[in-house]
Design a protein around this ligand. Structure first.
Ligand code: GLN
Length: 493
């Protein structure tokens, strides 16, 4: 197996036994990045020089027989909505063109403490609004399994970079599915942790009651390792929760005999592709063979989740994005003659179409006269959705559903119809509204495109999700498949 196809734990073992150096890993990864990036477009910014400097520190530690972190010297990609000191942070928006944060996000600080080698900042939908990465102000990212298809979104670059071997792991953010859906489309593991589990200090906020940062990895063990590094309380994020962080790799030691799995029937509704349904059903049979008890259940209010989300999310987003006014950060229109004109021109020129649509929707839903009818009503239905989950977790250890009703779709297919695009997150959005954790793992293919299985649990049950995910992974081969890019015709691959 080639270096760029390996997992973090495999590379860590090679580093420890001095079979390879961190510099060699970095060189291999960048040579692969340069070979495929023209077709992939996973990155907005590459941080090659900094990567080699970080690798050098790791090599010195190894030479001095120092203990190294499981993530030391492992190349990582970071979604460009996470603040990185001294490195451009654009949120894939013209609005933040040229913005260089003066500090690192909490998760970045934590990864640096673990001697991360950062490959670069990944492309995404503008301010993380979208499901295909087509809303990036820069360029769309491609799906390495078929370069005519989208990688999913909004963390498309983070998912694609790991799937394509341009990073060993990456970080994304998930407000309504943006880690799990692209993980599903790109055939990698993606975890949205419990709301409050990972500090969001330094994350450019989209919708503050929904956003969570989560990892993309090639397998479950790597997911547990990254979670060990990024989870935990942070006094700088008032929504982070003070609760001990377990060693997530311990979850991999347990089997799933007797574990009760509920399958919410609403998640197999109209619009689901038959290949996706078949793959989930086959996976459930496998989980049953491994000793789990599988039963159908119901989350009756989940059918309102999309409507609720598209009131709450734009409302929070319109408020969060008010700060981009041309005064403090990034882009500013230079032609304006007075302050109001400058605000208007800056925001009209700096934001893309989808961002403006959300700001308008949110401003409308929050305006007096409509607040009670829309925003407040949505909050009430959100509670009903949460209560469905609470009830289900009274009976089941975990719930299993598709991550997305479809596999990756072609570029342009949904760009003219926002509602079609929004439907792509129908299985992931209820989870953010409820604040619970959700894990997507590869569970099949349809026409060469990956299918994702979603495992859900009560708050702070990430270990249980990893336990179920690992039991499945150990008995399947989907996580071992690597894209060949051949359809896209990457030369020399
Ligand atoms: N696709 C959803 C949206 O456009 C989710 C985005 C996200 O999770 N960041 O809002």
């Amino acid at each position: 197996m080639k270096i760029h196809e390996m997992t973090a734990h495999e590379l860590h073992n090679m580093l420890k036994t001095k079979e390879i150096s961190a510099k060699e890993i970095t060189t291999e990864i960048f040579s692969h990045v340069h070979q495929v990036e023209d077709r992939m477009k996973s990155y907005i910014t590459l941080t090659e020089e900094k990567a080699y400097a970080a690798a050098d520190i790791v090599d010195k530690k190894i030479a001095g027989n120092e203990e190294i972190s499981p993530l030391a010297g492992i190349p990582a990609a970071i979604k460009d909505v996470l603040s990185t000191k001294g490195i451009d942070t654009t949120c894939a928006s013209k609005m933040l063109d040229g913005y260089v944060p003066p500090y690192d996000a909490a998760v970045i600080e934590k990864l640096y403490k673990n001697d991360m080698v950062m490959v670069g900042k990944t492309n995404c939908d503008e301010f993380a609004m979208g499901s295909s990465t087509e809303n990036s102000s820069y360029f769309p990212t491609r799906n390495p399994w078929n370069t005519d298809m989208v990688p999913g979104g909004s963390s498309g670059g983070s998912a694609a970079s790991v799937a394509a071997g341009q990073a060993v792991y990456s970080l994304g953010t998930d407000t309504g599915g943006s880690v799990r859906q692209p993980a599903s489309f790109c055939g990698v593991v993606g975890l949205k942790p419990t709301y409050g589990r990972v500090s969001r200090n330094g994350l450019v906020a989209l919708a503050s009651s929904l956003d969570q940062i989560g990892p993309f990895t090639k397998d479950i063990r790597d997911c547990a390792i990254v979670m060990n590094a990024i989870a935990g309380y942070d006094k700088k994020d008032s929504t982070s929760i003070s609760r001990p962080v377990p060693d997530y790799t311990e979850a991999l030691k347990k089997d799933i005999k007797g574990l009760k799995i509920g399958v919410p029937k609403e998640y197999f509704a109209e619009g689901i592709q038959s290949e996706v349904r078949d793959a989930i059903e086959t996976s459930l049979q496998k989980l049953e063979e491994l000793g789990a008890i599988v039963e159908e259940t119901s989350l009756p209010h989940s059918k309102y989740a999309l409507a609720v989300y598209y009131l709450i999310q734009p409302s929070e987003c319109s408020s969060n994005l008010a700060k981009f006014d041309g005064v403090r950060y990034g882009y500013r229109d230079k032609s304006a003659e007075n302050l109001i004109d400058m605000y208007m021109k800056t925001r009209s020129e700096g934001f893309g179409k989808e961002v403006k649509r959300r700001i308008m929707l949110g401003t409308y839903a929050l305006s007096s006269g409509y607040y009670d009818a829309y925003y407040l009503k949505a909050l009430k239905v959100r509670t009903l959705i949460l209560q469905d989950f609470e009830k289900a977790f009274g009976e089941y250890d975990v719930l299993v559903a598709p991550t997305s009703p479809t596999v990756a779709f072609p570029f342009g297919e949904k760009t003219e119809n926002p509602l079609q695009m929004y439907l792509s997150d129908i299985c992931t959005i209820p989870i953010n509204l409820a604040g619970i954790p959700g894990l997507s793992i590869p569970c099949g293919f349809s026409d060469g495109l990956p299918i994702g299985l979603q495992i859900l649990g009560e708050p702070f049950s990430e270990e249980k999700l990893l336990q179920v995910g690992y039991a499945f992974e150990k008995n399947s081969e989907f996580h071992l498949a690597r894209p060949s890019f051949v359809e896209g015709g990457v030369e020399g691959e």
